[in-house]
Design a protein around this ligand. Structure first.
Ligand code: NAD
Ligand code: UD1
Length: 338
């Protein structure tokens, strides 16, 4: 079976994807600098999968480490999660974001070229559509400049990979445009473990539920949406992980650069999330309405027809599972991996 290098494999989406890869019998090599993750996550991945993987602590910006990995292991393809993802922070320290996300990706692809490895699945984001189009968003819509530096790094890397694929037909890139990943592994043993105050909705809600935060602020109730709160496309992280295995299989067969939306195709409002979380998990989430958050748009959900048709992928989990599994993880691990 093929051997896959997973950069950022100790993180939230990476750890779930490692389980899916091991279950599909791939050999897994993880490279992670642990800047936003814990080695404990990989211990638990191996326990859940009942198989082992190789872990190398190191940075994608370090060519020496990359060359060593490609020399030591016969890597067939790379899944590239490593990078920084906090939108607000990317406005404060843009150069750090350009360094990890853009320079890091260039460094990785250069090492791949030196090693003769030409297949890569890249973690992109729905943010590359900007706010130019109405939802559902489909891959034929032109990308637009995101309104933050994090989103900008995703757009730059996407465009760089497209140009690279056009220059040399050996390259094969999957650009997976994630919508809003939530949920956790059904065992509750791995999940999202944000450092500090969570930026994203679901970990904020679970931290209110577990008593770590006082109340949820709902950013805006005057949007042009059915209940006035923001509408997003929440996708279970295990479905997202499986999409990587499907994209990998596709890229092991095909050349070129291709983008796929990974979402459920269903838009859900912040209030619906809060209310359903309370109902399904039997907890109360204290909340207040607060002003809109800068940079937010009213509605964002996917047209996922291309991924379903071309990758043989299909989301399996319902909203109820996402809410149950997020809470299950948080309840069992109130301090995350610490
Ligand atoms: P995460 O922070 O949990 O995982 C990223 C991992 O990369 C971490 O383990 C971190 O330690 C590691 N890392 C960071 N910089 C590194 C470097 N220079 N060298 C080596 N390792 C490094 O984040 P995640 O939610 O799992 O996201 C994974 C990828 O998906 C990221 O590229 C992110 O931008 C992208 N993405 C995430 C979301 C989301 O909502 N979570 C949405 C769209 C896209
Ligand atoms: C955000 C990022 C996006 C990134 C994605 C995944 C912004 C502007 N966008 O998307 O680039 O790809 O995370 O990391 O930050 N909400 C609240 N209260 C909260 C938190 C969120 O009401 O405490 C609302 C938001 O206004 C939004 C929805 O919940 O309507 C989802 O927010 P969030 O989880 O942060 O994801 P996005 O904003 O969609």
């Amino acid at each position: 079976m093929a051997t896959i290098l997973v950069t950022g494999g100790a993180g939230y989406i990476g750890s779930h994807t490692c389980i899916a890869l091991l279950a599909a019998d791939y050999e897994v090599i993880v490279l992670d600098n642990l800047s936003n993750s814990s080695p404990e996550a990989l211990q638990r991945v191996q326990k859940i999968a009942g198989k082992s993987l190789q872990f190398i602590e190191g940075d994608i910006r370090d060519s020496r480490v990359l060359d060593q990995i490609f020399a030591e292991y016969a890597i067939d393809a790379v899944i590239h999660f490593a990078g920084l993802k906090a939108v607000g922070e990317s406005q404060q320290i843009p150069l750090t974001y350009f360094d990890h996300n853009i320079s890091g990706s260039i460094n990785l692809v250069q090492a791949m070229q030196r090693a003769g490895v030409f297949r890569l699945v890249f973690s992109s984001s729905a943010t590359v559509y900007g706010d130019a189009h109405p939802s559902p968003l489909n891959e034929n819509m032109p990308t637009a400049m995101p309104n933050n530096n994090y989103g900008y790094t995703k757009l730059v890397v996407e465009q760089m990979l497209e140009k690279l694929a056009a220059s040399d037909e050996r390259w094969s890139f999957a650009l997976l445009r994630y919508f809003n990943p939530v949920g956790a592994h059904p065992t509750g043993h791995i999940g999202e473990d944000p450092q500090g105050i969570p930026n994203n909705l679901m970990p904020y809600i679970t931290q209110v539920a577990v008593g770590k935060r006082e109340k949820l602020s709902i950013f805006g109730n005057d949007y042009d949406t059915p209940d006035g709160t923001g509408v997003r496309d929440y996708i279970h992280v295990v479905d997202l992980a499986n999409a990587h295995v499907c994209a990998l299989k596709n890229r092991l067969q095909q050349q070129g650069c291709r983008a796929w939306n990974i979402g459920t195709g269903r838009g859900i409002s912040v209030l619906e999330i809060k209310n359903s979380f309370e109902q399904i998990n039997g907890v109360t989430i204290a909340f207040e309405f607060a002003p809109r958050r800068a940079g937010d748009i009213a509605t964002c959900f996917a047209d996922n027809a291309r991924a379903i048709a071309e990758l043989g992928w299909q989301p399996q989990y319902q909203l109820e599972d996402m809410l149950k599994h997020s809470w299950n993880w948080q309840k069992q691990n109130p301090q995350g991996y610490r």
